[in-house]
Design a protein around this ligand. Structure first.
Ligand code: NDP
Length: 401
């Protein structure tokens, strides 16, 4: 059988793998995803002052859009990457980009505005772009990146319409480049633990799933502004955070819904003129399982999934946090819990595992998770949920038949 390096079709990524140490190569490529470790190691706070994972042979990302998520989570995460490095920045703010460029050692010739973004085609240090822009800009910047000959990691939601998702996938195929979606939970060891339990025998036959995710959107916070604007966000809490519940229901149940029913909250604050704050949906699966999901921008912070089987139930609370997810398996009189303190910090870092996963997958010749098709299916389901909430009718989602 050919090795991962021999099978790799992208010459540049092949070189990256051939020149990295055999230890890091074996560790990451053999699993592809962070492995589960059940030892108590403590949980040191991430050391953001460690030197960046740099060097000419690592897979270079251009970060597009320097907002809250990019600056607070993604840029520091390069320090823990084995295969990826920060190569360029793209922003509408020259001042911010220069400041961050200095902080992360990115030279002026690797700083781009949105207008001169297409010049990344001539920058050999950039292998991929990571798009962290408001939702309705994802399609345009993905397609422009493919035209520039780069791979793409694009934040969730993949785009705001099904047609945009289809154009993004077609552009990637035409360019012969990969498109991955920023489903960071797929790189969290506690999510993996939950998936393993959901697919094992502990719960018995699965019956019901409940996903709840909410927080208060502060209208004074600049981060809130585009989220309230339908043209930029494509939708409200469902598009932004409810999507985690939809994606999780698919990976926890390992199934696709055949019908959805949904309702908006009957009363909304005047702030939510263009997008919904609160929405509730029910999904009916091929297997007979029912899932109920809800999301809100007008409630306290929650992130709670509960999967109920005939013998026991699984609780994820929080289910989608950046560093501290917790998984519990419960039966009457018995609870077993897995939490962040059982994992060492490198294994817990979803962000760097996600950044490393794209070059690993390119070398393997295939993305196995966080694919564009998966991102597109979530958008299709979101559209069906909106259609049901608007019409008051059930919507069939049995597209695969
Ligand atoms: P922010 O508002 O914090 O950042 C968005 C950035 O996009 C801005 O700072 C700006 O960067 C750039 N931008 C370009 N055009 C516009 C515009 N017209 N209006 C506003 N911003 C613009 O948003 P987030 O970082 O919270 O979210 C960005 C994306 O990341 C979203 O798709 C969101 O769903 C996703 N996300 C994912 C998370 C996850 O856990 N996977 C968590 C949070 C967000 P600049 O000033 O550099 O031009």
């Amino acid at each position: 059988m050919l090795s991962i390096v021999e099978r790799c079709t992208d010459q540049k990524v092949k070189e990256i793998f051939m020149t990295q140490t055999s230890r890091s190569h074996t560790e990451s490529v053999s699993s592809g995803l962070p492995s589960l470790q059940h030892k108590a190691t403590g949980r040191p706070y991430p050391n953001k002052t460690r030197p960046l994972a740099s060097g000419p042979r690592k897979f270079g990302y251009a970060i597009v859009g320097l907002g809250g998520y990019a600056v607070n989570q993604i840029l520091p995460a390069f320090a823990d990457c084995q295969h990826a490095r920060l190569a360029a920045l793209v922003s509408g703010s020259q001042e911010k980009m220069r400041r961050l460029g200095k902080q992360y050692g990115i030279e002026e010739n690797h700083l781009y505005s949105y207008e001169d973004y297409d010049r990344i085609a001539e920058d050999p240090d950039i292998d991929a772009v990571y798009i962290i822009l408001p939702n309705s800009l994802h399609a345009e910047f993905t397609i422009r990146a493919f035209e520039a000959g780069k791979h793409v990691l694009c934040e969730k939601p993949m785009a705001v319409t099904l047609e945009e998702c289809q154009r993004m996938i077609a552009a990637g195929k035409k360019a012969g480049k990969e498109l991955m979606i920023g489903y960071r939970c797929h790189f969290d060891p506690l999510t993996h633990k939950a998936m393993a339990i959901a697919r094992g025998h502990d719960l018995g036959a699965l019956r019901m799933l409940k996903t709840t995710i909410s927080h208060m959107l502060d209208p004074a916070d600049p981060l809130g502004q585009w989220r309230l604007n339908a043209k930029l966000s494509g939708g409200g809490s469902l598009m932004d955070i409810g999507i985690y519940g939809i994606n999780a229901s698919r990976y926890l149940l390992n199934d696709e819904p055949v019908e959805v029913r949904a309702s908006f909250a009957p009363k909304e604050k005047s702030l939510f003129k263009e997008v919904e704050s609160t929405i509730l949906w029910t999904m009916f699966y091929r297997s007979g399982v029912i899932s109920e999901g809800s999301s809100s921008y007008d409630a306290c912070m929650t992130s709670h999934f509960s999967l109920i089987g005939e013998k026991a139930f699984l609780d994820l609370d929080p289910a989608t946090s950046y560093w501290a997810n917790k998984v519990s398996l419960r039966q009457s009189g018995y609870t077993q819990t897995w939490s962040a303190s059982m994992f060492d910090i490198e294994k817990l870092n979803q962000f760097s595992a996600q950044l490393d996963y794209l070059p690993i997958s390119i070398a393997k010749g295939k993305l196995e998770t966080a694919t564009a098709e998966e991102g597109m299916q979530d958008i299709r389901l979101i559209q069906a949920i909106y259609e049901s909430a608007r019409s008051g009718r059930a919507v069939a989602t049995d597209w695969s038949r």
